[in-house]
Design a protein around this ligand. Structure first.
Ligand code: TNX
Length: 536
């Protein structure tokens, strides 16, 4: 009997010993960007090895499970399996729960020695939670990974957390556009504003108007640096087929990112006019522009043909992009041609308009009616306020914040994108030491300190501020590496501004978190401007 008890005792010690949590071989840190709303880091870490499984409870979470699996393998070299169903073994659990009452895209993430559990009321929320798990991974490959023992309750402050990309001044191929969308996803951004048409290139295939891409997608050469009379002699072109666009839209949908396409009108339209000169006031000829700037040649607002053309283009755009919002540009439209054009002048008379500003407003209102009749909403740059804002339009405020403030006071929705804080084509350090940029000067710290809701607004007006967006105009950005350099790490700061919106922004704490996060971005293939300790 005694011997029996002795053997049992040893057995018990052995079993308990094997089950006792192993201690971490390194101290995992929980440096997440954007910073979660609530986070307790005092828990015990989870050991992730190739024995772990990602469990997802419904089919709607399957692509998210695969997404996480790919990142774990890419970042740490560990391959784990995904499985539909309730967790039976050690693993990561993705689950939906109707009990969750967090704002849209909110989620809970709990890491314990046995499980990593992400719970949300929606698949989008689970996906946002996955980004936090990815940020807990180390920046080098390892055989075992310790995920910090966090308990997170998180949700976004703003519903529009956007990044823009100008693919017209310089074309970026589909592989890069997807990489850019992934970068947004990693930072819990949810809007990709795709600037598809410009003076210097038309980048979207339109079946009814093949010349838009046959002629409008390529310019003969490009000005060199800031010399308006020196050219590189190299043609520059590129466009996306409708098939490619469908693929990219689906790619973004899998990441719970809405693509907002922009089709510029009435200005910034030289490339379209080069293809279809009858749409301009003078009838042309026009050329796809080789220099940067604002051009006098714009769509004729008098001819009916202009509207037939734009509506047909928008029909194809709406068929490709499910986004509720369609961006129609509206910025920087000189009125000189309209002043001299008999058809535009007749339109002003027939519609009892006061001047060319009101003609622009009439133009935008007409396009808004068309979009609304198709169940979509119009958004445009803040110039659409001039001459009277279309009744349902939303405004993207870029020339500072005044346009946004005015629109919000009038009861219109607003996305803030002021060139004082959100222009990532501007210099981010001393221009003498930085690659050539368009101008401006916006440091990482300035972006971090930006607050999208202007203090001037009262609580009701403030509800119209949907969020903010970073704009990346590419006149002086010709390669993916340079583009990433301009965007990172300023986009990380903006992501925190729109997701966390900390009450008292602590730049140095943010900077410290970036020190952990940026090498991880490098591990998955992004380049960035190194942190500058003098800015801390
Ligand atoms: C203004 S922002 C523009 C763009 C330029 C940008 C350069 C806006 C609506 N229009 O066409 O690329 O400045 O920063």
């Amino acid at each position: 009997m005694k011997k029996y008890i002795f053997v049992l005792g040893w057995l018990a010690i052995w079993v308990l010993g094997a089950c006792a949590p192993k201690s971490p071989t390194y101290k995992p840190v929980a440096n997440i960007v954007p910073m979660p709303q609530q986070m307790d880091t005092s828990g015990i870490p989870f050991l992730l090895t190739s024995n772990a499984t990602i469990y997802y409870t419904t089919d709607t979470l399957r692509s998210s499970a695969d997404f996480l699996q790919r990142y774990i393998s890419q970042m740490s070299g560990i391959s784990i399996v995904t499985k539909k169903g309730v967790a039976t073994e050690k693993g990561i659990v993705l689950q939906l729960s109707e009990k969750e009452d967090l704002p849209d895209e909110g989620y809970h993430l709990r890491v314990t020695p046995k499980r990593v559990v992400i719970t949300s009321a929606s698949p989008a929320g689970v996906f946002r939670g996955i980004q936090s798990v990815i940020q807990l991974l180390p920046d080098t490959t390892r055989e075992e990974i310790w995920l910090a023992g966090v308990d997170i309750t998180d949700w976004p402050e703003y519903s529009w957390r956007g990044m823009h990309l100008d693919v017209c001044r310089h074309f970026y191929d589909t592989a890069f556009v997807k990489k850019y969308i992934d970068l947004l996803a990693l930072h819990k951004m949810n809007r990709f504003h795709w600037h598809l048409t410009e003076d210097q290139g038309w980048r979207i295939e339109i079946k009814q108007y093949p010349k838009l891409t046959e002629i409008g997608a390529c310019r003969d050469e490009t000005m060199v640096g800031k010399n308006w009379d020196e050219f590189d002699g190299e043609p520059h072109g590129g466009f996306y087929t409708q098939q490619e666009i469908r693929e990219i839209v689906a790619y973004a949908q899998d990441r719970f990112i809405t693509i907002v396409p922009e089709i510029e009108m009435p200005g910034h339209s030289s490339a379209a006019l080069a293809a279809y000169p009858q749409l301009g006031c003078t009838g042309g000829p026009y050329e796809v522009q080789k220099v940067w700037g604002v051009f006098d040649e714009v769509y004729c607002a008098g001819k009916e043909e202009t509207f037939t053309f734009l509506q047909n283009v928008l029909d194809e755009v709406m068929a490709l992009f499910p986004s509720e919002y369609i961006h129609i540009g509206g910025d920087e439209c000189p009125k000189i041609r309209w002043e001299e054009c008999p058809e535009c002048q007749r339109r002003i008379k027939d519609e009892a308009l006061g001047n060319e500003q009101e003609l622009q407003s009439w133009f935008i209102k007409r396009m808004e009616k068309y979009l609304n009749a198709h169940g979509r909403k119009l958004i445009g740059w803040d110039e659409i306020l001039e001459g009277g804002l279309a009744p349902e339009a939303s405004v993207m405020s870029w020339r500072g914040t005044e346009g946004g403030i005015k629109a919000a006071r009038m009861g219109h929705d607003v996305v803030m994108s002021p060139n004082s804080h959100c222009y990532f084509d501007h210099y981010q350090g001393n221009p003498d030491k930085e690659p050539l940029a368009i101008g401006g000067h916006t440091t990482l710290k300035e972006v971090y300190q930006y607050r999208p809701t202007p203090e001037e607004l009262d609580a009701t007006e403030a509800l119209h501020i949907l969020g903010a967006q970073g704009n990346v105009w590419t006149e002086y950005i010709a390669t993916p590496e340079h583009l990433e350099y301009m965007v990172l790490p300023r986009m990380c700061a903006l992501a925190e501004v729109v997701w966390t919106a900390p009450q008292e922004p602590d730049f140095s704490a943010f900077y410290n978190r970036l020190e952990t996060w940026l090498p991880k971005l490098k591990q998955v293939g992004y380049s960035y401007r190194p942190l500058d300790s003098e800015e801390k």
